[in-house]
Design a protein around this ligand. Structure first.
Ligand SMILES: Cc1cc2nc3c(=O)[nH]c(=O)nc-3n(C[C@H](O)[C@H](O)[C@H](O)COP(=O)(O)OP(=O)(O)OC[C@H]3O[C@@H](n4cnc5c(N)ncnc54)[C@H](O)[C@@H]3O)c2cc1C
Ligand SMILES: NC(=O)c1ccc[n+]([C@@H]2O[C@H](COP(=O)([O-])OP(=O)(O)OC[C@H]3O[C@@H](n4cnc5c(N)ncnc54)[C@H](O)[C@@H]3O)[C@@H](O)[C@H]2O)c1
Length: 468
């Protein structure tokens, strides 16, 4: 073997991993390794390039395109005249690609203590990695290694899948043109968000799921309501199994088995949104003595340390929560623990919220009612409809609600679930209350709630809790 360059620190992955380095690391000799994500092998990880940021730029555009639907119930007649897809796509990626490129330039050219390796890294020994760069393989080692290598879409083993063209979230946002009909496989976050994006932009959407509900990990009331509303907007086919897929003209034909027997569906574009898996296999973590769970997630302790000396992990590669705000939180924990090994801090995963930016929107934090039952927790619930608050009247909303779970004796919130307009924003005071331990009564009556604004949904839900 040739020369092995040794560093103080190696960081694999430039999603949340990229944020570790600040001026406090100026005298550390650091290697950053990035293979690139998406069809343009971009720098900066999933969220920026093929995840949160572009999807939400498309979601906002889709919400605007959907205005005729909400206008109709208000007596305002609007018409969607034209969707200029190439212009929308190029606006989104014109901005994102520039940010990714300048992020890379900054690390490569303006950080004298950082060496950027562009290529796939793989462990060859504990804290030693080989990187496949364009100029050939090179080996690096370090005293400390941070694994922030994220995950990638899972492709289910459907007979014929290798012979047809399909998309994942990595490629579908850069489509050349909008198809007339898109088949979306999977009813999770990604399926629900893209179904909204593409249908609002005029694409006919067929959504296929294995279970009887869309977003089935949400609180059952929320998931049932969302499933009802999804079926009104999209050709929703639940309780289905894919038995095969083949080319049909320039598109695909998918064969399914379902409640009514065998059926098939044809579409121009197939989007596979059936979950993601961690990239630990690409790293050959076994060579480095790093323990992984059965699902491939790297095992970490509460300070984000792996089972191997001097190796930390954060974000999608190790976390049960595949969410950017969690990856960022864990990144700050790793950053602190690298700088202050004698005073390590722990990650806080008690109240991790999430949101689904579909139509309608959903936001959630804490226990669902099903989890409360399973855990034998004593709880009470309250549900407040948007239709029962002044701003909900203004919007003529008839389907949205907030559902709270609380401990009846202390009044402390156990969970909050909102489905409806601006749910990801409206839920924030509930997240705050849970994190800081504010009980429902003090929260409802201990502050002003702007009238007649949307957070009155939260105020009324809190007042509805039948506490002891
Ligand atoms: C379509 C979509 C929408 C999403 N929307 C949201 C949202 O609205 N809100 C939210 O909170 N979360 C969202 N997420 C999830 C969020 O994007 C992830 O949780 C987050 O980006 C994870 O960050 P990370 O740093 O762990 O990994 P990543 O950002 O994936 O970074 C890992 C990096 O490591 C690189 N890499 C991997 N293996 C190697 C290797 N062996 N050698 C070199 N480099 C390697 C990869 O190329 C990648 O750049 C979304 C995800 C998707 C796919
Ligand atoms: N707004 C957000 O925060 C946001 C948005 C998108 C993605 N994400 C993150 O990315 C992760 C991955 O998203 P996702 O939607 O791919 O995963 P997911 O786990 O949310 O949903 C995948 C769905 O596909 C189903 N499935 C699996 N195999 C299937 C098959 N063969 N046929 C049909 N359905 C099948 C699963 O049962 C599941 O319902 C999410 O869990 C989330 O953490 C977050």
């Amino acid at each position: 073997m040739g020369h092995v360059r040794h560093f103080d620190l190696i960081i694999i992955g430039t999603g949340s991993g990229n944020a570790i380095l600040d001026e406090r690391f100026a005298d550390w000799d650091v290697a950053v390794v990035e293979k690139g994500v998406g069809s343009h092998a971009s720098y900066g990880g999933t969220c920026l390039n093929v995840g949160c940021i572009p999807t939400k730029m498309f979601v906002h555009t889709a919400d605007v395109a959907n205005a005729p639907v909400s206008g109709e119930r208000l007596g305002v007649e609007l018409r969607l005249d034209e969707v200029r897809w190439p212009e929308i796509r190029d606006r989104v990626f014109g901005r994102i690609d520039t940010i990714a490129e300048s992020g890379k330039r900054f690390r490569r050219d303006e950080n004298p203590n950082v060496t950027l390796y562009e290529g796939l890294a793989r462990f060859t020994a504990p804290r030693e990695l080989s990187v496949e760069t364009a100029g050939g393989p090179t080996t690096i080692s370090a005293d400390r290694v941070v694994l922030a290598a994220g995950g990638r879409p899972v492709i289910p083993e459907i007979p014929g899948i290798e012979d047809v063209e399909y998309h994942t979230s990595d490629s579908v946002m850069r489509l050349e043109r909008l198809p007339e009909h898109m088949i979306i496989l999977g009813t999770g976050f990604i399926g629900a968000e893209f179904a909204h994006i593409f249908s609002a932009l005029g694409v006919r959407v067929t959504m296929i799921g294995r279970s009887g509900r869309v977003l089935r990990n949400e609180d059952t009331d929320v998931s049932e309501r969302f499933t009802e509303l999804a079926a009104r907007q999209w050709d929703l086919r639940l309780n289905r199994r894919e038995t095969g897929v083949e080319r049909a003209g320039s598109g695909v034909r998918l064969h399914l088995d379902g409640p009514e027997g065998a059926e098939s569906v044809e579409g121009q574009t197939l989007l596979v949104a059936t979950g993601r898996r961690p990239n630990s296999d690409l790293l050959d973590t076994i060579a480095a003595g790093i323990e992984t769970a059965e699902n491939g997630k790297i095992k970490v302790d509460s300070t984000q340390r792996t089972s191997a000396e001097g190796v930390w992990a954060l974000g999608d590669i190790s976390s049960d929560h595949e969410l950017k705000h969690v990856a960022n939180h864990e990144e700050r924990v790793v950053q602190h623990n690298l700088l202050h090994p004698e005073e390590p801090v722990e990650s806080d995963h008690r109240f991790v919220p999430h949101a689904v930016f579909s139509a309608p929107q959903i936001a959630s934090v804490g226990l669902t009612e099903q989890q409360a039952v399973e855990r034998g927790v004593r709880y009470v619930t309250a549900t407040q409809d948007y239709g029962g608050i002044a701003y909900g009247w203004a919007m003529e909303d008839t389907t949205g609600f907030a559902k709270l779970l609380a401990d009846p004796s202390t009044g402390k919130l156990l969970g909050a679930h909102i489905i409806g307009p601006q749910a990801p924003t409206v839920i924030q005071p509930l997240i705050q209350a849970m994190e800081f331990g504010i009980d429902a009564r003090s929260m409802a009556r201990g502050q002003y709630w702007i009238h007649p604004a949307m957070p009155e949904l939260v105020e009324n839900a809190l007042l509805g809790l039948p506490l002891d």
